[in-house]
Design a binder for this molecule. Structure first.
Ligand SMILES: Nc1ncnc2c1ncn2[C@@H]1O[C@H](COP(=O)(O)OP(=O)(O)OP(=O)(O)O)[C@@H](O)[C@H]1O
Ligand SMILES: [Mg+2]
Length: 209
């Protein structure tokens, strides 16, 4: 499976989710490649902060030729996860075209919902070349013990792409683990955050991409 975690909005959790999905897939025994398509290099910084070898490979491909450059590299892996760049750009288009599934993290706020227009447009443009391109929203940073506001749920339902059932909550473990190049699956593998990440990965795999 080739999936791109993409949203032009900054700070929605693209890198966090890309790293965590990669780790969860690797724990299943799969050979996983995380492609850092963000010139900021956050995923590469994450890997560099880690003491031991990450449980999956991390490479930087942050040029708009990504969709051309990836296939020969990807052939040695079971899954490729692309950590997409912020902003609408040729690089973002290339990351989407390189993928079979686009996972769009979105925070449960009306601002994020409105801003999703842009990524929907990019996905629709890419679908012209790639008929089988699938895409899903995943809600990230839900405040624990709160419901997703009905207005947010209703607004997302207006868009043409489905919302995954699994929701990722706001938890300090996501930020804390990143500081040392780890994930919540390293620091608390049975904790609530890890459970959400494993459920998310399972739901993504069940899409059968
Ligand atoms: N579920 C979460 N709980 C707590 N903190 C989170 C969660 N998701 C992301 N964060 C934190 O929010 C910040 C932004 O997340 P992240 O870097 O993954 O977003 P991004 O979409 O990749 O940003 P950019 O657009 O700059 O690449 C980081 O400090 C990260 O640790
Ligand atoms: Mg990022």
């Amino acid at each position: 499976m080739k999936l791109a975690v993409q949203n032009q909005k900054g700070g929605v959790g693209k890198t966090t989710l890309a790293i965590h999905i990669s780790h969860a897939l690797a724990l299943k025994g799969a050979r996983v490649l995380l492609v850092d398509a963000d010139p900021q290099g956050s995923a590469r910084d994450w890997a560099a902060a880690r003491e031991d070898k990450p449980p999956f490979s991390v490479v930087g491909l942050d040029r708009p030729t990504l969709h051309r450059d990836l296939p020969p590299i990807a052939k040695d892996y079971d899954h490729v996860v692309i950590d997409g760049p912020p902003r609408v750009s040729d690089l973002a288009r290339s990351a989407i075209i390189a993928a079979d599934l686009v996972v769009v993290p979105i925070q449960p706020s009306p601002y994020d919902v409105w801003a999703a227009n842009e990524i929907i447009k990019l996905i629709q443009e890419a679908s012209v070349f790639k008929e089988n391109l699938k895409s899903v929203f995943v809600i990230n940073r839900r405040i624990v013990n709160t419901a997703i506001g009905r207005d947010v749920g209703d607004a997302l339902a207006e868009y043409s792409i489905p919302v995954l059932k699994t929701v990722i909550s706001q938890r300090v473990g996501f930020a804390e683990s990143a500081a040392t190049g780890r994930t919540v699956l390293d620091i608390d593998p049975k904790g609530a955050a890890a459970k959400e990440v494993l459920a998310l990965t399972k739901e993504i795999l069940s899409l059968g991409v």
